[in-house]
Design a protein around this ligand. Structure first.
Ligand code: MEV
Length: 444
């Protein structure tokens, strides 16, 4: 067995890395190498682009890319690309989209697109003295960062505000510059971080040369400069509404009323109980993440922000809410989504560019709206299943199809299995036994 430690792994060629990893960690290195390399893109130019997204790459990890059609959002119809590995998610989103298309579609509004960044620093003087020189300091910060902001300003964005916060009561000598930014159609992470790092050096220079401060206070120690992924102002609201009588099948008003009340109660449970809220919000993120991934946005940033927002009043709660008023069912989702439709990987990743093409080259705001609508649709589909048939019915059908695929069932066998398992519990052994019995009677 070779040594599991290595120096200079990153310096090895890609085949060299693959050779080392499979040789040391895989039972059958030749088979593992063949499998990993079978996922390399045949077009070397494209593979080079993909490898450029990360480091130490040995292969590509493939996820299914699906489409949820029939999303009527603010009167416009979209077919939404979704990248996700969980079965039933795209089917559920599609079914909810179709359902609401017949009931007025999704309504969506972007509240704002403000993004935030912070420079934390230590300073030993009186907060009031720093506050007194802050107007000049702010001017200096803006001037020093002008070379970075000029292009963004031409596009209508830039720095929209800088505040000085005194945090010294929580941590000795700690202060913060809190800056807000408009980054137009880009997510803007690189732009914001570059500006913040410039602020950090500008702040040091300003304090060092500030004649209004006593000499022994002309020094700051920068702790860190980085954007905040908590962007509560990038808020998108998506909602659906219809008379409760129209929630059920046509002519079944009673069914609609019953479903409305069950649904409202289920959402209420997710408002009051963090355990349920976590699963409820996970269902929302099934849809959100799938669109975020398909458009090569940063799903970790979106997740982190969503969950902080869900806990904004001190308790973790549902991101969606449901009301029944005067016979009208209202279901809404409020979620901050800092997304971009230009820059980053959105153009570099060939399939992200295709996703944006399928969505009609949306602005960042439009992409935020589409994504929020999908989150709401996903949540609607999950909660509707939970309060009616239960979630396993739909899941089990997909599970059954996956098992049938795995054991290479023929079309007639798939049909027979689908009919048989409509009211039977699906398990791998039950499906295999059923197909074996079928083949014993009628050899494939
Ligand atoms: C499964 O991925 C998501 C659900 O658990 C969401 C929910 O319970 O609301 C079905």
């Amino acid at each position: 067995m070779q040594d599991k430690q290595i120096n200079g792994f990153s310096k090895k060629s890609k085949p060299g890395k693959l050779d080392w990893v499979t040789g040391v960690f895989c039972e059958n290195p030749a088979e593992a190498q063949a499998e990993f390399s079978s996922f390399w893109h045949p077009d070397e130019r494209l593979q080079k682009i993909i490898d450029g997204f990360s480091e130490n790459t040995i292969s590509n990890f493939v996820l299914p890319y699906g489409i949820a059609p029939n999303f009527l959002i603010n009167g416009k119809t979209y077919a939404v690309p979704m990248v996700i590995e969980e079965s039933s998610v795209v089917a559920a989103a599609s079914s909810a989209a179709k359902y609401w298309m017949d009931r007025g579609g999704f309504h969506v509004q972007v509240r704002d697109t403000v993004k935030l960044g912070q420079v934390h620093f230590l300073w030993s003087g009186e907060a009031a003295r720093l506050r007194a020189v802050f107007p000049q300091m702010e001017q200096q910060l803006r001037t020093d960062a002008a070379y970075l902001t000029a292009n963004m300003e031409k596009r209508g964005g830039g720095i929209t505000g800088i505040e000085l916060l005194d945090l010294s009561a929580q941590e000795p000598q700690l202060f913060q510059l809190k800056a807000s930014f408009e980054t137009c159609d880009s997510m803007g992470a690189n732009f914001i971080n570059s500006v913040l790092e410039e602020f950090a050096s500008s702040l040091e220079r300003f304090v060092e040369n500030c004649a209004e401060l006593p000499e022994n206070e002309r020094r700051v120690e920068v702790v860190m400069a980085i954007l905040s992924n908590y962007t509560p102002d990038c808020l998108v609201s998506a909602w659906v509404e219809c008379p409760v009588d129209a929630l059920g099948d046509p002519g079944k008003a009673e069914e609609g009323r019953d479903m409305a009340e069950r649904f409202r109660r289920a959402v209420r449970i997710a408002q009051i109980d963090p355990w349920r809220a976590t699963t409820h919000n996970k269902g929302i993120m099934n849809g959100i993440d799938a669109v975020v991934l398909a458009t090569a946005n940063d799903f970790r940033a979106v997740e982190a922000c969503a969950h902080t927002y869900a806990a904004r009043d001190g308790q973790y709660r549902s991101l969606s809410d449901c009301r029944i008023e005067n016979g009208i069912f209202h279901f809404r989702l409020d979620i901050p989504l800092a997304l971009g439709s230009v820059g980053g990987l959105t153009k570099l990743h060939p399939l992200a560019a295709r996703s944006l093409e399928i969505l009609g080259h949306p602005s960042a705001e439009e992409l935020m709206m589409i994504t929020a609508a999908v989150g709401l649709a996903q949540n609607f589909a999950a909660v509707r299943s939970l309060v009616t048939t239960g979630i396993q019915k739909g899941h089990m059908r997909m599970h059954l199809m996956n098992i049938l695929n795995h054991i290479g069932a023929a079309e007639a066998e798939v049909e027979a299995a689908a009919a048989h398992f409509a009211d039977q519990t699906v398990s791998f052994s039950a499906v295999r036994d059923f197909i074996d019995q079928l083949r014993a009677v009628q050899p494939a």
